[in-house]
Design a protein. Structure first.
Length: 167
């Protein structure tokens, strides 16, 4: 598996992966796919801020992506980021997410972030929670019934991890 910085050429594949989750799951509270144009804008923002936007390739195919984005737009939050990791359907459970998160955290530290927040939809599948716990994230709270998708109310779990700034 190859992990590298995402390029503009990767964004249609990123859009495809995310689109599947938007339509078929509650892993994101978005209800429809984002057009590639929006992914391009996000990629440009993340890159301009010096934050990582990574992709993983397996056998020459885009297997997953991960990026860190600002947690909130207010200036006092500028050292806190939120992670996002999505693995292509059919590629889950094989360690791709673990590899990406393991690459994302040092890149976040190198970018000067001090805290990483994970916002995880409480779907009854604890894989994302276990993944984050394995990297030292701790539970920071639950937001109850904050999302409504696919005819049900969904909680989100907040997890947090400090990162050591790069030397």
């Amino acid at each position: 598996m190859l992990v590298r910085q995402a390029t503009a050429a990767d964004l249609p594949g990123v859009a495809d992966i995310f689109g599947w989750y938007a339509v078929h799951s509650v892993a994101t509270f978005e209800e429809s796919p984002r057009p590639v144009r929006q992914w391009r804008e996000l990629h440009e923002l993340v890159t301009r801020l010096g934050l990582p936007f990574l992709v993983a390739e397996a056998d020459g195919q885009l297997a997953a992506y991960a990026y860190a984005s600002p947690w909130r737009p207010k200036p006092a939050y500028r050292h806190t980021v939120e992670d996002s990791i999505f693995v292509a359907p059919g590629m889950t459970g094989g360690g791709v997410g673990r590899t990406l998160l393991g690459s994302l955290l040092p890149a976040v530290a190198a970018a000067g972030a001090r805290q990483v927040i994970a916002v995880i939809a409480d779907t009854g599948d604890a894989a994302s929670v276990r993944l984050h716990e394995s990297f030292g994230f701790r539970h920071a709270g639950v937001l109850t019934a904050v999302g409504f998708k696919h005819d049900r109310w969904i909680d989100t779990q907040l997890m947090q991890r400090p990162v050591d700034p790069a030397p």
